[in-house]
Design a protein around this ligand. Structure first.
Ligand SMILES: *Cc1c(COP(=O)(O)O)cnc(C)c1O
Length: 339
């Protein structure tokens, strides 16, 4: 009997499984107790990531959510606000953590599918020291933008916001869960992106394909405080060099191949009649579809997609989907869309 074809899982780039090489690196990792800051592999990852982004220090955290929330807390006091776009991950998918845990208020500005508009954000900033107004302590920026379907933020907008923020005394936090994809797509250096933020959280468990792990970067002083917050939140982990080893492996082996995912996404778009120019990184959007029906029918044929709204479906390419998988997904979806 023929083997059933493998599932093509395009729901998210979080679904990847560690490769054989990554598992070997994990098995061979030198470890210690990271709450004592004695895990050499975690320290190596932190130093390497800080250097990549041009920051003094870094902290390994279990998730991007923890990285973002601690990052925002470092630049915003309880009773102050963080300003961001209305579709930002930090206010959409992080369970109200800023308010629930830190007493941080958030205010949002509607954007064009997540595109950073520095002027629109700046116009909403409220000054510190006013007797009536909630002070805007920080602005959070997301790059690439998740709900903006992998949009890469324009460097000119990031620079404009940064320059303004220095004079205004407002901090910038970067949600860089997929900053790797932005870097590969735009050619802008990770250090350039890093230097345009006071704090940045970057994920290894998305396109880079590790089972877990994010790193928060910032000044040495801020990261020392972040270490306290991590412990307070229950994120102090022990011999996690096994996880950091996966992240170091991913920097070496998976970062250089991210462009393949972008190529696959453009290919998939072209096959599905979506303008490939609308695909900036590793996500393709199908609009005006019956999302539940399409998703169910595709699943029955071994292709998993994610429903972002009743009429919109998202396809995300990653390490575990090769050209054959893209062809299969395209064939299945083309047939279903023609029905
Ligand atoms: C995935 C993601 C995060 C972090 O998610 P975790 O599941 O907590 O690791 C943060 N921001 C964006 C834009 C993301 O896509």
């Amino acid at each position: 009997m023929a083997e059933p074809a493998a599932l093509v899982d395009l729901r998210s780039d979080t679904v990847t499984r560690p490769t054989a090489g990554m598992r070997r690196a994990m098995a061979d990792a030198e470890v210690g107790d990271d709450v004592y800051a004695e895990d050499p592999t975690v320290r190596a990852l932190e130093e390497r990531t800080a250097a990549l982004f041009g920051h003094e220090a870094a902290l390994f955290v279990p998730s991007g959510t923890m990285g973002n929330q601690i990052g925002m807390r470092l630049v915003c006091e309880p009773g102050q606000e963080v300003l961001c776009d209305a579709d930002a991950h930090v206010v959409t998918y992080e369970m109200g953590a800023a308010a629930a845990i830190f007493g941080i208020s958030t205010r949002t500005v509607v954007s064009d599918r997540g595109r950073l508009d520095a002027d629109a954000l700046i116009a909403q900033v409220r000054p510190k020291g006013d007797w009536h107004l909630t002070a805007t302590a920080a602005i959070a920026v997301e790059n690439t933008h998740n709900r903006g379907f992998g949009r890469v933020q324009p460097l000119a907008e990031l620079e404009k916001l940064w320059r303004w923020s220095r004079d205004a005394g407002v901090a910038v936090h970067l949600d860089g869960a997929r900053i790797w994809n932005a870097h590969v797509a735009s050619g802008v250096g990770l250090d350039t992106y890093g230097r345009l933020a006071d704090t940045a959280s970057v994920c290894f468990s998305k396109g880079l394909g590790t089972p877990v792990g994010s790193v928060l970067v910032g000044s040495a002083e801020r990261i020392a405080t972040a270490r306290l917050w991590r412990k307070r939140l229950g994120g102090g982990m022990r011999q996690v060099g096994v996880l950091a080893a996966a992240c170091l492996y991913a920097l070496e082996h998976h970062l250089p191949r991210l462009g393949e995912d972008h190529e696959h996404a453009r290919l998939l778009a072209a096959k599905l009649g979506v303008d490939p120019a609308s695909v900036e990184t590793n996500m393709v959007v199908l609009d005006d579809v019956n999302a539940p029906v399409l998703a169910e029918a595709a699943k029955a044929q071994g292709v998993l997609v994610s429903q972002v709204s009743p009429t919109r479906v998202r396809l995300v390419t990653h390490l575990d989907v090769d050209a054959t998988g893209i062809d299969r997904a395209a064939a299945v979806l083309t047939e279903l869309l023609a029905r």
